[in-house]
Ligand binder design. Structure first.
Ligand code: PMP
Length: 431
């Protein structure tokens, strides 16, 4: 596959952009080689600067749940763009989008729009701290909540990929206020809470993890956290930036029947535009300025173009419950196909899958937390990634990421992915 145009762009980019990219995982450092520069996308496909076509499983790391260039979202954005791009003043659509979110996400009684998932999580813990009058937070090793200082402690996603779970530049003071526990380890959380009685403002987690690869909560884990937070007056925050509007219409909280106190959202909520949001119980959200004393603001927050895209997306999801059954069927089919191939090839690697999220881990261990995710053979993953790319399947370029399916994937696409997977595994393992 010729990728000379992409390679030339990467060369140029490295002179002017740190590492040549505007978000680290894109640089392909974890898998080696030169990143693919994307020119356009439609439906289940992306096209690069050299004209190569790929079926893709990144979908902008989640937002493109309906595939690329969905007509309704396209039309909504084009219509909104005729009325200028930003006002810095309230608009009708912000009210309508807030109403939609409240109607869809069980825990959300009030919601504030921001511009990214990072802003959503940073703001949510500030509000939780204001509300409780406490300083410390608990997060889980390998969970990623954006690049806010408080979260770059034992962080997943790119931070894990580059071996920088604790970033330089985060002050000791901030780091001391972030306590970490292994995912799925309720007892470890209990011990942290006991050792820091009345000091924990919030416990934040991905209710299904995408950022150490796809990792599911074990039965009882979310329930146990809910109970503990209730007993100890801790604000339970579900970071549903990835899972929101994906694992169910109302996110993981609907799927698992556990209602957090606050929820952070992003990705799908903007239909691909830069958007995030945080919301929760009215008594907590009323602490947000100007209703309350916790300050949080944004020049572009509730941006009219982003709201138009988000509204079209959420309205569509609201009106089409079959989206979720389609994604369930697609996810199960893919996981079953992968497992069949693994069996056929005599391999005991681990496939974690739930709905439209999955990761193939190159380990025979059950992957339930960050230490078990790290038992994966990362060199092998890099080879597999390129073998898939050369077969026209574009995966997330790191073992510590989830893949995301969209409704644009037909049975034909899924069959192609399953066949490419088997073929790629045979090639990289010389089977
Ligand atoms: N939380 C989670 C669970 C995420 O997956 C991400 C990004 N992948 C973020 C927060 C940060 O969102 P953003 O990249 O939009 O700042």
């Amino acid at each position: 596959m010729n990728r000379t145009a992409s390679q030339a762009l990467f060369e140029r980019a490295q002179h002017f952009i740190p590492g040549g990219v505007n978000s680290p995982v894109r640089a392909f450092r974890a898998v080696g080689g030169s990143p693919v520069f994307i020119k356009s996308a439609k439906g289940a496909y992306v096209y690069d600067e050299d004209g190569n076509e790929y079926i893709e499983l990144i979908n902008s790391w989640g937002p493109m749940i309906l595939g690329h260039g969905h007509e309704l979202i396209h039309e909504a954005v084009a219509e909104a763009a005729q009325h200028s791009f930003s006002f810095g003043a309230p608009t009708r659509r912000e009210v309508e989008v807030a109403e939609l979110i409240v109607s869809m996400v069980p825990s959300v009684e009030k919601v504030r729009m921001v511009n990214s998932g990072t802003e959503a999580t940073m703001s949510a813990i500030r509000v939780a701290r204001g509300f409780t009058g406490r300083d410390k937070i608990i997060k889980f090793e390998g969970c990623y909540h954006g690049h806010g200082d408080s979260f770059l402690i034992a962080a997943g996603s790119g931070a894990a990929t580059f071996g920088q779970p604790d970033s330089p530049g985060v002050t000791r003071g901030v780091a001391n206020d972030t306590l970490t526990a292994p995912y799925n380890d309720l007892e470890a959380v209990r011990q942290l809470v006991d050792a820091n009685k009345n000091h924990i403002a919030a416990l934040i987690l991905e209710p299904v993890v995408g950022n150490m690869g796809c990792v599911l909560p074990e039965p009882g884990f979310l329930q146990g956290l809910r109970k503990l937070c209730d007993e100890e007056g801790i604000v339970l925050i579900f970071d549903e930036v990835m899972t929101g509007f994906r694992l169910a219409r109302g996110g993981a909280q609907e799927r698992f029947g556990i209602t957090p106190d606050m929820t952070t959202m992003g990705k799908i909520i903007g239909g691909g535009m830069p958007v995030g949001a945080y919301g929760g119980k009215a008594e907590i959200m009323n602490w947000v300025s100007p209703a309350g004393p916790v300050y949080q603001a944004g020049t572009l927050s509730g941006n009219p173009i982003a709201m138009a895209a988000g509204q079209a997306m959420l309205q569509y999801l609201n009106a089409h419950p079959e989206v979720y059954s389609q994604l369930e069927t697609a996810g199960s089919k893919l996981a079953a196909g992968f497992n069949k191939s693994l069996q056929k090839l005599g391999l005991d690697y681990t496939v974690n899958q739930i709905g439209s999220m999955y990761t193939l881990f190159f380990t025979n261990q059950t992957v339930k937390d960050f230490p078990s995710a790290k038992t994966s053979d990362l060199v092998l993953f890099g080879k597999y990634f390129h073998a898939m790319l050369n077969r026209g399947i574009y995966l997330g370029p790191s073992q510590f990421e989830s893949m995301f399916l969209s409704t644009a994937l037909t049975d034909k696409h899924l069959d192609l992915i399953i066949a490419a997977n088997e073929d790629a595994l045979s090639e990289v393992l010389s089977l």
